[in-house]
Design a protein around this ligand. Structure first.
Ligand code: SF4
Length: 306
């Protein structure tokens, strides 16, 4: 069912969000979890934005509980897929951020738990509701859908002809060898196919597709990798978001040192690639990229079933 955000809070249908089960803060970054009717958790992160006053917020929302995509660096992947979120559960994250935390939510990014393209119908319905909400509108140009690289999903989004919806692609590798090692989807849809899908996505004039690149020590952070990445992206309207890796629980990977990150960025930029770097805001709150997913809950639920 498609429900506008403003309608979610009407007295006839309750507060429009689920009860909070946990919240953690690291500075201004807040991760909060809502308890679902079937006793799982929906995780969301509120991130302060704005150069000086930080008065507005980006909300990172989940589209699924868990994820089946199995990226080796990702905490959510450790849970496996539990289920898709409903439209109301997606919208309820925005509502809770506003009502419970008083957050001035300006941007929404589908970068929380789950692969949005694996729940695309509900994600599209939620985006439509946010865009069409006449009281608390979040226009499509302030919404970003981030994908592991499902080419059919990118094309389905493109077919909607929503020119102003932002697309992000979680790339994380300069070549197929590295990407297939850390992102199983690459064994089915290698980087050449992904590049074609990105090229077809309709970006607005002056806009770009965001390329997320988590830098992992010794794996994808060499200068030659930066050159390969620039070559792969040449001719596409893209901007690379470099994210130093945040170690998840029991992770085999490490964060690169500061010098390596800086050198990688400089190499990319000197090859003509637009690029910026995101800090790891929210690491302590386990709210940084690839760090959502309550493994304890998953283990507890598994033992209930056993
Ligand atoms: S990185 Fe994204 S697509 Fe990959 S396992 Fe994690 S949540 Fe799923």
């Amino acid at each position: 069912m498609l429900t506008a955000l403003s309608q979610l809070g009407s007295p006839s249908n309750g507060p429009g969000y689920l009860p909070l089960s946990r919240q953690m803060a690291d500075g201004d970054v807040v991760k909060f979890c809502q308890r679902t009717d079937d006793a799982w958790e929906i995780e969301s992160v509120i991130i302060p934005m704005g150069a000086r006053d930080k008065t507005w917020r980006t909300l990172c929302v989940s589209s699924q509980i868990g994820c089946k995509r199995g990226c080796t660096f990702c905490q959510t992947a450790q849970m496996g897929l539990v289920r898709n979120l409903t439209v109301d559960e997606i919208l309820g994250q925005v509502r809770a951020a506003r009502v419970v935390f008083g957050a001035n939510v300006r941007n929404v990014v589908f970068m929380g738990m789950g692969e949005p393209m694996d729940n695309l119908e509900n994600v599209v319905a939620a985006i439509t509701a946010m865009h069409e909400d006449c009281i608390n509108q979040i226009p499509r140009r302030r919404i970003t859908v981030s994908t592991v690289g499902r080419c059919d999903g990118i094309r389905r989004l493109a077919a909607l002809r929503w020119r102003r919806l932002n697309l992000a692609v979680s790339l994380n590798a300069p070549n197929d060898e590295v990407r297939s090692q850390i992102m199983p989807i690459n064994r089915i849809e290698p980087m050449a196919l992904l590049r074609d899908a990105i090229a077809e996505y309709p970006v607005r004039a002056g806009g770009h597709v965001l390329i997320e690149y988590v830098l992992i020590r010794g794996l994808n952070d060499k200068l030659d990798h930066a050159r390969q990445l620039a070559e792969y992206l040449r001719g596409l309207h893209t901007c690379v978001n470099l994210i130093p890796y945040n170690p998840r629980e029991e992770s085999p990977y490490e964060t690169p040192d500061e010098d390596t990150v800086v050198r990688f960025q400089v190499e990319l930029m000197s090859a003509g690639q637009l690029c910026f770097r995101r800090g790891t805001k929210g690491t302590a709150a386990m709210a940084a990229c690839g760090q959502l997913g309550n493994l304890e809950l998953r283990r507890a639920r598994k033992s209930e079933v056993a």
